[in-house]
Write a protein that binds this ligand. Structure first.
Ligand code: NAI
Length: 348
């Protein structure tokens, strides 16, 4: 009888003992499940025995980590973004890296639109007014005033940066609100704009100049890191809203806070930060902790990297990631490979 296959998860984002994972993989697969953020907390012998790694977003896979997994034949990211995985180091070791791009597309697109509407329809302002003093405020503030960003959405321009799966889903939602959608994506296939009925622009600058809402849906790469900073905020409309549900590192957050305070842009809805959770001295923490009475009040909304989240999407991510690992370990079939350009040969 062949030895059991072993899967290892260093940073599980579920509370149970891998019920979905075990059901998906089959009874003969052994799972080692941990909830750590740094590799030094993980048992070396179990890492060394792993045939596959299913990783979430809290543990980096760098060169040092790759040295700890000599037997591993596949790394699967239970999620979309893989900027915390060293594609070169894994590829050089002959380990394919695959992601799970099809689990939370609709949730993230919904969330981007929800952030836009929360600001543009002033939900937070009204909620705060009416909850802070339920008796008094129902008398004195039961009106539509005191809202900095309320506007008609119909006819406004929704600018998508990154017309991939989530960008397209967000674009289609924005169209349903009567918005005109434009998109900047230097790598999307020609004709995607025809298929989706959006207008493609040739540069980020062109998109920023025209958009009333800029929604970011590209990956974090060397090219996109800090792609939106002070010069870009300066180039945006004074009342524009920035939505970031992609990756925190794409936006220079201190510059964003400064731009809203200075009136260079209208406001922002942010689900992702460069460091998560943020440090106490990060600009956005200080700003968010002191919203009351500041210019940011009603102009800045922060959510805790929750755009992907729903019970359904979490279950899909868990099942799909393990399916991807087993498809390769049992049948040698790769799906959703993301480090192909660094993968000369594969570990046997
Ligand atoms: P995707 O790969 O389908 O689409 C990304 C698009 O960005 C592609 O069309 C690509 O050509 C484009 N792109 C690449 N470089 C670009 C650049 N320099 N400028 C403009 N566009 C560029 O990915 P998908 O599924 O749409 O996900 C997008 C991102 O959303 C992921 O990379 C991930 O980081 C983030 N995400 C965030 C979640 C959350 O909970 N906040 C959950 C899931 C994904």
């Amino acid at each position: 009888m062949p030895a059991s296959l072993r899967l290892f998860t260093p940073d599980a984002q579920y509370a149970d003992d891998g019920t979905i994972e075990r059901r998906t993989a089959g009874a003969d697969v052994v799972f080692d499940i941990f909830r750590e953020r740094t590799a030094d907390k993980l048992p070396r012998d179990l890492l060394a025995a792993a045939d596959g790694i299913v990783i979430w977003h809290e543990m980096a896979i760098d060169d040092a980590f790759v040295q700890l997994i000599p037997r591993c034949r596949i790394v699967v990211r239970a999620g979309v973004g893989f900027d915390h995985i060293d594609l070169r180091a894994t590829g050089a070791a002959g380990i394919p890296v695959c992601n799970t791009p099809d689990y939370g597309t609709s949730e993230v697109a919904d969330h981007a639109i929800a952030l836009m509407l929360a600001l543009g329809r002033a939900l937070l302002t009204y909620h705060k007014e009416l909850t802070s003093d339920p008796v008094g405020n129902f008398v004195t503030r039961f009106d539509a005033g005191h809202t900095p960003l309320v506007r008609r959405m119909r006819g406004r321009v929704f600018g998508v940066v990154g017309l991939g799966r989530i960008g397209i889903a967000a674009a289609l939602r924005a169209k349903a609100f009567g918005m005109e959608v434009i998109a900047y994506d230097p790598y999307a296939v020609a004709g995607i704009e025809i298929a989706t009925g959006v207008r493609r622009v040739a540069s980020l600058e062109a998109l920023l100049a025209e958009s009333d809402v800029v929604s970011i849906h590209c990956p974090l790469t060397d090219e996109t890191r800090n792609m939106l900073g002070a010069p870009q905020f300066e180039a945006m409309k004074d009342d524009a809203i920035l939505i970031n549900t992609a990756r925190g590192g794409i936006v220079d957050v201190p510059a964003l806070v400064a731009a809203i305070e200075a009136g260079s842009i209208g406001g922002a809805g942010i689900d992702v930060l460069p460091v998560e959770p943020p440090r106490p001295d990060d600009a956005i923490v200080a700003a968010y902790g002191n919203l009351e009475g500041s210019r940011l009040d009603g102009r800045l909304i922060l959510t805790p990297h929750s755009a992907w989240s729903s019970p359904e999407s979490a279950a899909d991510a868990r099942r799909l990631a393990v399916e991807t690992a087993m498809l390769y370990l049992r049948d040698g079939r790769l799906r959703n490979l993301v480090n192909g350009e660094h993968l000369a040969t594969r570990r046997g």
